[in-house]
Design a binder for this molecule. Sequence first.
Ligand SMILES: NC(=O)c1ccc[n+]([C@@H]2O[C@H](COP(=O)([O-])OP(=O)(O)OC[C@H]3O[C@@H](n4cnc5c(N)ncnc54)[C@H](OP(=O)(O)O)[C@@H]3O)[C@@H](O)[C@H]2O)c1
Length: 234
Amino acid sequence: MDFHDRHVVISGGAGALGTAVVEALLAAGATCHIPCLDEAEAERFRLRGHERVKLAVTGSLADETAVEQLYQAITPLWASIHIAGGFAAAALRETSLATLRQQLDMNVVSCALCCRAAVNAMTGGAGKGGRIVNVAARAALEWRSGAGMVAYTASKTAVAALTVALAEEVAKDGILVNAVAPSIMDTPANRHAMPKADYALWPKVEEVAATILFLASPENRVTRGAVVPVYGKS
Ligand SMILES: NC(=O)c1ccc[n+]([C@@H]2O[C@H](COP(=O)([O-])OP(=O)(O)OC[C@H]3O[C@@H](n4cnc5c(N)ncnc54)[C@H](OP(=O)(O)O)[C@@H]3O)[C@@H](O)[C@H]2O)c1
């Protein structure tokens, strides 16, 4: 896959999956634009010294102004990959309104705002189409498995529905929109949280990144509106 001379936004690019995606994109020649929540996250990011890594401290991507400013600075935009998000495990009766809103903000609102800004960048001015890839979760495809994490499941299900609906809306603009739905991935945080699990069953972040890269690439010529399970052996 060839991303030479192509600008790509990767929200959540400094996280576990995000870093693997950025590494793969850099190897394929892309210029990677990564919004960071704060200076500390930008400082910590281990690929920060790379000449084709452009970091921007934006604050939360649930903030409309922050997202608009981020995308205005990037032209022409080829692809936008929305990995920012997070997990909250709790039964609904133990979920506060604050947690519910936090889950919706970090998973759906950030994704929707980035999708909107990306579509505008890909269709206005120099824009001639592009690729968008969102990150849902297995629970977004298998709702029963969301017991004990209802707010998370609802928010990731919204990401999946948004993906399919938007894909129809912008297909004629030459923008292909898709998502991946990971099961539990092999990350340091998950190993720490589940020390007795069989890690061999979990998909590796590099493997999930490979699927994302194809969906975001010019080589993806016809696939849109898919929410692709990336489960490994689990
Ligand atoms: N890990 C899994 O097993 C798993 C399974 C299914 C789906 N997913 C999804 O896959 C994605 C990546 O997971 P991961 O394990 O790589 O997570 P991660 O390491 O925590 O990375 C997520 C990144 O998103 C950023 N972020 C969260 N909310 C944000 C906001 N409102 N504005 C800006 N940035 C924000 C985080 O910043 P901070 O670190 O500064 O908060 C972090 O850099 C997430 O969407 C997650 O829900 C993960």
